[in-house]
Each structure stands twice: as C-alpha cells, then as structure tokens.
Design a protein around this ligand. Sequence first.
Ligand SMILES: [Zn+2]
Length: 164
Amino acid sequence: MSSYQKTAPVPSQEFLDRNAKYAEGHKPELGNDHWGHVRPLAVITCMDSRIYPHEQLGLGVNDTAIIRNAGGSVAEVLTTILACQKFGVRHFMVLKHTDCGGFRLQGREIIEHYKAHAKSNPTLSAKTVEEVTSEIREFGYGNTPIEEVVLNDVEFFEEESVDL
Ligand SMILES: [Zn+2]
C-alpha cells in the first residue's frame, strides 16, 4: 500500500482552468514558428523550487532553455542535451546549489524506495523491478565538494555530448 497522498494539492480541473485562462490572453513573444526561437544557451540545474535560474542569472524568459532534474545531473539529461544541440543550442551552463537534496540522497536509497513502493500490477514482475532498478543511474553527491560535483558534470558533458 502506498503512503503517497492520493489527492493532488490542486485539483487537475483547476489546473486545466488556469491554463485555459492563461491561453486566452497568451500572445507568444517569439511567434509559433517551431524551433525558430531556440537560443544558443541552456542551463542545466536542479528541480528544487528554490532555484530561479532566470532571475539569478539575469536572463529574460526567452533567453535560454532550462533543463531541470534531481540534483541538476548532467548524466540524467544526456538525451535532452543532444536534442538541444541538434536544435542549435551551443552553450550549456551547469548550475548547482547549496543545500541540495543531491548531497543527501544516494542511488541505493532511491532503489530501496522503488522496490518498497513499486506499484503492484500484473505486468510488473520481480524481474521487471530488477530491470528498472538497474537503469537507475548512480545518484547522489555525498560529501563531495560542490565545486568538484560541477567539474565532474562538466567533464561528463565534454566526454558525452557531440562535437559541433
Ligand atoms: Zn537541488
């Protein structure tokens, strides 16, 4: 039995209503021509809601792509990085932050959590759980200094991204 709260903090219909209201008055600054708006910069950062990349870096909302995930891990977003490069992004910035959950959580804890709470359904066999957990990348920075974590991600980026 899951311990997750079953009721969303905001009902889905309210989100749909909010989005519809937003869409009524929305006039895209950059038009709707697909991909003509791609900027040459992307910021890879944490999903932490305390991080405001545009404000922190003095960027306009259309100046950059923001790629977010747990801990701002470059390895976790390689597909997105490659897609960005394909669409014209040429500069990537890694933005980490202090008090990040990435320094408090380890991959083995994520795997244990998944195994304990994997949804039970007929298609999710024990083997599938093992397959899923084998795909969970090494996660967590432990006591590594934040500067070293950034350098490790930059090194990963330089090794794994394409040469343009
Ligand atoms: Zn974080």
